[in-house]
Design a protein around this ligand. Structure first.
Ligand code: C5P
Length: 387
């Protein structure tokens, strides 16, 4: 099926997982650095979240528009297009050697078009897309949209108050919340081993938390922060992440609406909640309306890099939810802890204490046990999202 899609011969499933691991590690480093590198001219995180949503919406809209072309018009018109009309350029996804074994599954909207309708094709495509985006069930995306906006704002609070590696390890609690909401909302059941590994995951996160609160950063300056506020933000971000992820999966897999149309819907619903703190948040106090709406106010290179990495992360997360499953997604992020811990030692002189090593290995070990496929799952592991 669709999960067998390949880009340059590599299954999209694995490509997206590796990209997510690297993206995850880079994001926590960039986010942290963008917050602490220039404390005098700090930018407004809420603006960064809104800017990210605007960029994601634009990319998703463009992709959805191009795919409307691929999925609907081409399949219907190619047969009777006269040579007068050169073959249309393919979308950027279409240019890649993406192989799909499910061509026959592509939705075909039967359009009785005549060749002389060609000039209005753009209009027609826009209409088809608009009908899909503003479909009756689009409101369902408002729930994950609000949750993701809250999560993304909380991530900035956490990154401002915690060391990179500590933030990464604590953020692994997502696995726990994702599992909880999968059981509650998707009716999944977990084996005893998996529940046990989740308990160890929580213990590991606890160890990291205790040692980092007990030993405040040796250096003031760029390491200063409020660990308690940081951990509370992470805990809340994990709750919203788990619920939003599971809800998005529920909506996405519950219908055959295109992923990119779903992404556009998600972005549209995230605009109002993302705009509110930009207009009325603490950081907006004393600013004129123009200054508030200048989303890149006080942005330095790190801030731009953070936003671009967030955009990439959002799009890859959507692909991972579609082509893989949450179990593999958790594994990808646990690899990123190792990457970012090493980078943190090099970049921020992060002091690796025995407590951190113990907590981090507990988190990694339990993540590995959690991700170890059961005999039954291994036998049926054919790329179809399991669990
Ligand atoms: O790590 P986690 O899965 O919780 O992160 C989800 C991130 O991906 C959030 O920043 C969210 O805004 C983004 N996302 C997205 N589009 C989706 C799903 C998630 O932009 N369809």
């Amino acid at each position: 099926p669709e999960s067998s899609q390949r880009v340059y011969g590599i299954p999209l499933k694995y490509l997206s997982l590796v990209t997510l691991a690297v993206q995850n590690a880079s994001l926590s480093i960039l986010m942290r650095y963008s917050r602490v590198s220039d404390p005098e001219h700090s930018y407004n995180p809420a603006s960064a979240v809104l800017l990210t949503e605007i960029l994601k919406a634009s990319i998703s809209l463009y992709t959805a528009y191009k795919r409307t072309d691929d999925n609907t018009l081409n399949t219907n018109r190619e047969d009777h297009l006269s040579p007068l009309f050169p073959k249309k350029k393919k979308s950027f996804l279409g240019n890649l050697p993406v192989k799909s074994s499910s061509n026959s599954n592509k939705r075909r909207i039967s359009l009785s078009l005549k060749d002389d309708l060609r000039p209005s094709e753009t209009k027609l495509k826009a209409k088809i897309l608009a009908a899909q985006v503003f479909s009756r069930d689009s409101w369902k995306l408002s729930i994950p949209a609000i949750l993701y906006v809250i999560q993304n704002n909380l991530a900035f609070v956490a990154a401002s108050n915690l060391e990179v590696a500590t933030f990464q390890v604590a953020y692994q609690m997502k696995i726990l919340t994702t599992a909880l909401f999968s059981v509650l909302l998707l009716g999944r059941s977990l084996s005893k081993t998996k529940w046990l590994s989740l308990v160890f995951l929580a213990i590991g996160v606890g160890i990291v938390q205790v040692q980092s609160t007990a030993t405040p950063s040796s250096q003031g300056g760029i390491h200063a922060g409020n660990p308690v506020a940081g951990f509370m933000a992470v805990a809340m971000a994990c709750l919203t992440s788990g619920l939003a992820g599971v809800y998005f999966e529920l909506v996405l897999k519950g219908s055959n609406v295109d992923l990119w149309v779903r992404n556009v819907q998600l972005s549209l619903f995230s605009f109002p909640p993302a705009l509110l703190p930009v207009l009325f948040g603490k950081a907006a106090q004393g600013l004129s309306l123009f200054e508030r709406l200048n989303l890149v106010r006080n942005f330095n290179g790190w801030a731009y890099a953070t936003v671009l990495t967030q955009v990439l992360g959002g799009l890859v997360t959507a692909l991972v939810i579609k082509y893989s499953d949450n179990i593999l997604k958790g594994f990808a992020t646990s690899i990123s802890i190792v990457i970012s811990s090493i980078a943190s030692v090099v970049l921020f002189d992060f002091a690796v204490t025995p407590g951190f090593v113990m907590g981090a290995s507990t988190v990694l070990g339990s993540t590995m046990i959690y991700n170890k496929p059961s005999a039954a799952a291994a036998a049926s592991n054919s790329g179809i999202p399991a669990d």
